[in-house]
Design a protein around this ligand. Structure first.
Ligand code: UGA
Length: 450
């Protein structure tokens, strides 16, 4: 099928690349010409494991191209995926101006009927507004536009696998034509009929994705409700961790047992510095606003947000207790990205943490396997180390802010010898307190006996 993807950000690139991978003809465009030129030159503006190979292959096979001309790109597809950003406004609401711009662009550039699909995360009822906007902006053309919602559940770091092997595909539609077109688009994923770029020689056995057909409003609500629930789960765990700390219990033992209950499930029960990134924090805020505007008191979510904001004070207090005075101390930080396997630092807890430490007068030297380039611009007073060992060298404390797998496998004896004081504060509970003590470290983590 011929598909246009509008928005060459994270979601647009994964969507465009994977749709091409499963056999569709995809044209991807963006109002940011520099981004499109970067992509045309063969570079990716983001780090996402496996995505560079998927995009390079799709381009080689002639299944994917990047176009600067928005109008041409829009007219290419019989189906258009809207993958533009919906960043938070100062009041926390989602900024839908990019969606509005796309509606105008589509309505004025299309020369034939289109199915317009919302992939961007948007508040419920945006589909209705989109439909109205398309008919207002396109009133002179007489072209029919169908609208559908197809929320994505991609996680940064594993997005290609998430796209090709989803648990569920949710399609919010109002008519059979849109449903049929969406089923055709996702056919190869539903039937597992594509050459998987991630798993060789074969994909792990598992149930096929669930195909869920809902109303557009429900599909939009599913996305916000899912992300907000995940945020809630993390904040809940973090509060239990604080309690475990006071009571001498171990949060790891507690959540392990909790997670074995299928009604609770084991994921998103990791205590630590809290949730960041460009999805959970902003979606939670937008959901709170949506509830408020709809006259529903969802203060439960406000509490989850407040708990998340307090995580950093809690951790800085731990650092202060261990170091006594922060001013003038050399502190090494491992991890800058909001989570491992990405270079994304938007709303990253590590960045907030470093900013607080710098404001308190600490001399910070940081290392991240992928995110240093992006972090440089927001952390002008921070020194960036070429390796984790260099970040630790001469430091009076070493903090773990992102749980990159490679940090687990560091030569910790070497680190102990090189530090001015062998003190590690683990904001992600990735190391074992017992092992660290045996290796001769003072070691503090979250919700576990010190
Ligand atoms: C999130 C959702 O998980 C995806 O399903 C969704 O598609 C995506 O947002 C989106 O809306 O596009 P993502 O932002 O990639 O995905 O990151 P998560 O894996 O959800 O992690 C978010 C934050 O929570 C990270 O800072 C992570 O360190 C933190 N986290 C996660 C915890 O603190 N504890 C946990 O147990 C899990």
């Amino acid at each position: 099928m011929k598909i246009s993807v509008i928005g060459a950000g994270y979601v647009g690139l994964v969507t465009g690349g994977c749709l091409a991978e499963i056999g569709h003809q995809v044209v991807c465009t963006d109002s940011d010409i520099v981004k499109i030129r970067t992509l045309e030159s063969g570079s990716l503006p983001i780090y996402e494991p496996g995505l560079d190979a998927v995009i390079a292959k799709a381009r080689r096979d002639g299944h994917l191209s990047f176009h600067e001309n928005l109008a041409d790109a829009v007219d290419f597809g019989e189906v258009i995926f809207i993958c533009v950003g919906t960043p938070p406004l100062p009041n926390g609401d989602a900024d839908l101006s990019a969606i509005d711009n796309v509606a105008r662009l589509v309505a004025t550039s299309a020369r034939g009927p289109k199915l317009v699909i919302e992939k961007s995360t948007v508040p419920a009822q945006t589909g209705q507004e989109l439909k109205r906007a398309l008919s207002v902006y396109g009133r002179k053309s007489g072209i029919t536009f169908l609208v559908a919602s197809n929320p994505e559940f991609l996680r940064e770091g594993t997005a290609v696998a998430d796209f090709l092997h989803p648990d569920r595909i949710v399609v919010g539609v109002e008519d059979e034509i849109a449903e049929r077109q969406l089923k055709e688009i996702y056919g190869p994923v539903l039937e597992g009929k594509f050459n998987c770029p991630i798993h060789a020689p074969a994909c792990p056995a598992g149930p096929p994705p669930a195909w869920l057909v809902t109303t557009i409003n429900s599909a939009e609500l599913i996305k916000h409700a899912s992300n907000s629930f995940l945020a809630l789960k993390i904040s809940y765990t973090n509060m239990v961790a604080d309690l475990a700390e006071r009571l001498g219990a171990d949060i790891g033992e507690v959540t392990r047992a909790m997670g074995m209950d299928p009604r609770i499930g084991p994921s998103f029960l990791n205590a630590g510095l809290g949730f960041g990134g460009f999805c959970l924090p902003k979606d939670l805020q937008a959901f709170v606003h949506l509830a408020e505007r709809s006259g529903v008191d969802f203060s439960l979510l406000k509490e989850a947000e407040k708990i998340n904001r307090r995580r950093m004070d809690h951790f800085v207090e731990k650092i202060r207790r261990a170091l006594w005075v922060i001013r003038g101390k050399k502190i090494g930080v491992l991890g800058l990205a909001f989570k491992p396997n990405t270079d994304d630092i938007r709303f990253a807890p590590a960045i907030d943490l470093i900013q607080l430490l710098v404001a308190d007068g600490a001399c910070v030297r940081a290392y991240d396997p992928e995110a240093m380039e992006k972090a440089r611009t927001v952390l002008p007073k921070v020194e960036f180390a070429p390796s984790a060992y260099d970040a630790a060298q001469g430091a009076e404390a070493l903090l773990i802010a992102t749980e990159w797998e490679q940090f687990r496998r560091l030569d910790w004896e070497r680190i102990r010898e090189s530090m001015a004081r062998p003190l590690v504060l683990d904001g992600r509970n990735m190391l074992s307190p017992l092992e660290m003590k045996t290796r001769g470290f003072e070691y503090f983590s979250i919700g576990r006996p010190d």
